[in-house]
Write a protein that binds this ligand. Structure first.
Ligand SMILES: NC(=O)c1ccc[n+]([C@@H]2O[C@H](COP(=O)([O-])OP(=O)(O)OC[C@H]3O[C@@H](n4cnc5c(N)ncnc54)[C@H](O)[C@@H]3O)[C@@H](O)[C@H]2O)c1
Length: 439
């Protein structure tokens, strides 16, 4: 099949490349000449493990084509995916301006029959507006159907998630579009010996499934953080409680870790967007408002512990901050808890030395105007002369640090383990003052 993706971010680039790898001809349309030229050479605008090699292979094979132009990509394509960003507006609603702008461009270039899909996370009702836009600009003879195929990939594991998803959701009111999309996804559905579940449904249901999934996962994380906080007060071991409840199949172990809160490009914005959708429909989604509040507390909990260990006097103190991206194996800094934590500590008078294996360049842009934050070359350099070391992102390379060496580097051996990656007893035996989350 010939298909087009608009957008080459974490979703667009990964999904497009996986479809190219399956033998399709895939155009990827961007809007920044420099990024498109780089992509042609295999230089990617994002970091995702394994992606560079896959992109290069498919570019070389002539199946993955990067372009700024809608022609000939859209007229040649049977299927067009919109995979652009839908960031939050100040009100919490999803900003759909880019979705609408690219839909108009797609509409103008339609030729023959095309299935148009939003892969971007969009609120229920977006389909109507997109269809209206396209109908108003498309050439008279061009025909199209609309579908919602939401994306569930996790950054850091995006290729595996796209090749072996838990389920594929296809929402459309057209049998022809459904058949086309089932055929396109066939090689993914027949995943070796297992068959991936395909949920065939209508458009509003597909759109709602995406928000409900992310809101539920965020709820699980906030539940874990609430249990952790309470465990600290009652003398229970929070991580053990969560481990044990997660063994119940009805609950499940995933996303039940206490820590420095959730962040990233999806959970914060999708929770906000679902609250806004609910408000518009006169439903007060109190549960999700509380999920947000608990998440803020979890992030601020790390700040509080850091201040506590420094006796609430941070002036002249140095904090070593390990990890900046919102989670390991990505360079994505959007809504990363590290941003709030670092700024709160800077505001209180601390100097920060920080290291992240991949997200430093993106972080430098975010902290460009902040004074007192220094980017260093490795975890030991972050620990050098520090009064406290704070782990914010659980990158694997932090798990096996030589903690004796870390201690020797530090001015004071204080360790705030914001992701519970160290064994408290081991760390205490080395002479650290240790605080985890819920422990
Ligand atoms: N990142 C994730 O883990 C994830 C997972 C599932 C769903 N989603 C959803 O998928 C959508 C995309 O997310 P993302 O993380 O890939 O975003 P992103 O910011 O990484 O990528 C957005 C892409 O859109 C492109 N773009 C912006 N304006 C454009 C224009 N006028 N013409 C062409 N391209 C344009 C950008 O250049 C960029 O390549 C969002 O709605 C998001 O909520 C994201």
């Amino acid at each position: 099949m010939t298909i087009t993706f608009i957008g080459h971010g974490y979703v667009g680039l990964v999904t497009a490349t996986v479809f190219a790898e399956l033998g399709n001809t895939v155009y990827v349309i961007g809007h920044t000449p420099e990024k498109i030229e780089n992509l042609k050479k295999g230089i990617l605008p994002i970091y995702e493990p394994g992606l560079e090699e896959l992109v290069k292979r498919n570019v070389k094979a002539g199946r993955l084509l990067f372009t700024l132009d809608y022609k000939p990509a859209v007229p040649e394509s049977e299927v067009v995916f919109i995979a652009v960003g839908t960031p939050p507006k100040p009100t919490g609603e999803a900003d759909l301006s880019v979705v609408y702008a690219v839909a108009e461009e797609v509409g103008k270039h339609l030729d023959g029959y095309t299935v148009l899909i939003t892969k971007s996370t969009v609120p229920v009702g977006t389909s109507e507006k997109v269809r209206e836009i396209i109908a108003s600009v498309k050439p008279e003879k061009a025909e199209f159907d609309y579908a919602s195929v939401p994306e569930f990939l996790r950054e850091g594991q995006a290729i595996g998630d796209t090749q072996h998803p838990d389920r594929i959701v296809i929402g459309t009111d057209s049998k022809k579009a459904e058949d086309t999309l089932v055929k396109l996804h066939e090689p993914i559905v027949m995943d070796g010996t297992t068959k991936v579940n395909v949920v065939l449904t209508n458009i509003p249901t597909a759109e709602m499934i995406k928000y409900a999934s992310n809101a539920f996962l965020a709820t699980k994380i906030s539940f874990a953080n609430a249990i952790a906080q309470l465990s600290e007060s009652v003398g229970a071991n929070g991580p053990d409680v969560l481990e044990a409840i997660g063994l119940d199949k009805r609950i499940g172990r995933f996303f039940l870790n206490a820590g420095a809160g959730y962040g990233g490009s999806c959970f914060p914005k999708d929770v906000k967007a679902l609250i806004a959708i609910a408000d518009q429909h006169k439903y007060d989604f109190k549960l999700l408002k509380e999920v947000e509040a608990i998440n803020k507390e979890a992030i601020m909990g790390i700040v509080k512990k850091t201040k506590h260990v420094l006796h609430n006097d941070l002036s002249g103190k140095t904090v070593g901050l390990l990890g900046l991206s919102f989670k390991p194996d990505t360079d994505d800094m959007r809504d990363a808890p590290a941003i709030i934590i670092a700024r709160e500590l800077l505001k209180a008078g601390a100097t920060i030395k920080t290291y992240d294996p991949i997200a430093m360049e993106n972080a430098k842009r975010i902290f460009a105007k902040d004074e007192g934050i220094h980017f260093v070359d490795d975890a030991y350099a972050a620990a050098l002369d520090a009064d406290v070391l704070v782990v914010v992102t659980e990158w694997n390379e932090f798990r096996q640090l030589n903690l004796s060496k870390v201690k020797q580097h530090m001015k004071e051996p204080n360790l705030i383990d914001g992701r519970n990656i160290y064994e408290p007893e081991t760390v205490k035996q080395l002479g650290f003052t240790y605080f985890g989350v819920g422990r």
